[in-house]
Design a protein around this ligand. Structure first.
Ligand SMILES: C[S@@+](CC[C@H](N)C(=O)[O-])C[C@H]1O[C@@H](n2cnc3c(N)ncnc32)[C@H](O)[C@@H]1O
Length: 231
């Protein structure tokens, strides 16, 4: 609550079209003898990896994944150049819980390939992804499945997932297919995250809402355009 004096000054400033806001400077992290992952530092390390999700969303993925209390593997559909992968795989390594699977046919979204150019084209997308993972030293944590998600599913053997991140084919039928195939692999207490849950993808939203209504997860929240469901 602002003091009376400050409220008067602020109201007067607003009359002239100005506002007074408090600028919160980031404060230095203390040097202490406990081990922790400093996400601000990690953000700088992963900065060169182009991504279709924001650093904030990637950090949310990290936080969810590293603190999960059930065991299992982590699988992502839609890796692109590895921004989300870099946070999920780092959380897998830091938690020592399970293995990371990255599914992507590395062709971009069919019909929208133009949005997915890497240099001159998409030919080098998989190599670029792999180089990016090597550059941050996480290649050993990740099994890349460079197939359409339907085919990638055939390569999984007795896989039990604790976290599934769906960010591949954004069409209604594509999302429905991914849900149908992969959600049953997620164990009770596990988490499913859908990216791009927003009005620009009405088909995706319909497919996800239908699944949520049927599945009735224990908890569901939205942060930005990510929908997070705990089973
Ligand atoms: C929105 S991008 C993923 C962005 C990524 N998560 C990030 O952090 O930058 C979608 C990716 O899904 C892949 N993709 C689209 N449809 C797919 C499908 N049916 N199977 C596998 N990958 C698919 C595309 O090649 C593309 O790289």
């Amino acid at each position: 609550m602002l003091s009376f004096g400050k409220r008067v000054v602020r109201t007067a400033a607003r009359k002239f079209g100005y506002d007074i806001v408090r600028v919160v400077e980031p404060r230095p992290t203390p040097h202490v003898a406990i081990k922790f992952t400093d996400l601000s530092r990690y953000r700088r390390i992963t900065e060169p990896i182009p991504g279709m999700i924001s650093s904030e969303a990637a950090e949310l993925l990290y936080g969810i994944c590293v603190t999960q209390d059930v065991e299992g593997d982590v699988l992502e559909i839609g890796s692109w150049q590895g921004k989300s992968t870099s946070y999920l795989a780092r959380a897998v390594r830091d938690s020592g819980n399970g293995h990371m699977f990255a599914v992507d046919h590395f062709r971009g979204n069919i019909g929208k390939e133009g949005l997915y150019s890497v240099g001159d084209g998409l030919e080098n997308l998989q190599a670029q992804f792999e180089d990016n993972m090597k550059a941050i030293g996480l290649q050993h944590v990740i099994t890349t499945l460079p197939y359409f998600s339907e085919q990638a599913y055939e390569h999984l053997d007795n896989c039990v997932l604790r976290l599934l991140f769906i960010d591949g084919d954004h069409s209604e039928s594509g999302v429905r297919k991914d849900i149908q195939l992969y959600c049953p692999l997620v164990r009770a207490g596990g988490i499913v995250v859908f990216d791009d849950f927003d009005i620009t993808f009405p088909g995706l939203v319909s497919a996800v809402v239908e699944w949520v209504e049927h599945q009735d997860p224990r908890s569901v929240f939205v942060r930005g355009n990510m929908l997070v469901c705990k089973l």
